[in-house]
Design a protein around this ligand. Structure first.
Ligand code: FES
Length: 144
């Protein structure tokens, strides 16, 4: 069963949409379930994430986790945003059913992919940032 918070973020997603000319855009997907998530972020000159939007073509948990992820990274520095794990996203939503934990992983990876794009566009080397994964699947959950 979904928590009330998951239902709320699914029914009333925060920060849904896109940012034109965003500092970074990242798209990730899970080939097994077919869900796709796209994250847009604007980063200020001081390295603060000022705006975040998402578009998700996927299940209710994917929508709720991507929306929550946008709230968790806005106002943070790039380094701080990198520390927002799928666990933190799931916890902020009061938990996810076991078969939906991979949806939160997609949210973590979408942020990472958007930051990767930002770093590439600006010729930056951001410590701890990894290249986006082509297929974000459950096996990565073990990798913590
Ligand atoms: Fe795959 Fe939700 S079922 S992201």
């Amino acid at each position: 069963m979904y928590s009330k918070k998951v239902m709320d973020y699914f029914m009333n997603p925060r920060n849904m949409g896109e940012i034109e000319d965003a500092s970074g855009v990242g798209t990730v997907g899970n080939a097994k379930c077919g869900d796709i998530m796209r994250m847009y972020l604007n980063v200020s000159e001081k390295g603060i994430i000022e705006d975040v939007k998402f578009k998700t073509f996927g299940c209710g948990a994917a929508i709720a986790t991507s929306s929550m992820a946008t709230e968790l990274v806005v106002g943070k520095t790039v380094q701080e945003a990198l520390k927002v794990t799928n666990k933190a996203v799931a916890e902020a939503l009061d938990g996810l059913p076991a078969n939906k934990v991979h949806c939160s992983l997609l949210a973590e990876e979408a942020i990472n992919a958007a930051l990767w794009d930002y770093a590439e566009k600006n010729n930056m080397n951001i410590e701890g940032l990894k290249p986006p994964k082509e297929d974000v699947h459950e096996e990565y959950l073990e990798e913590e």
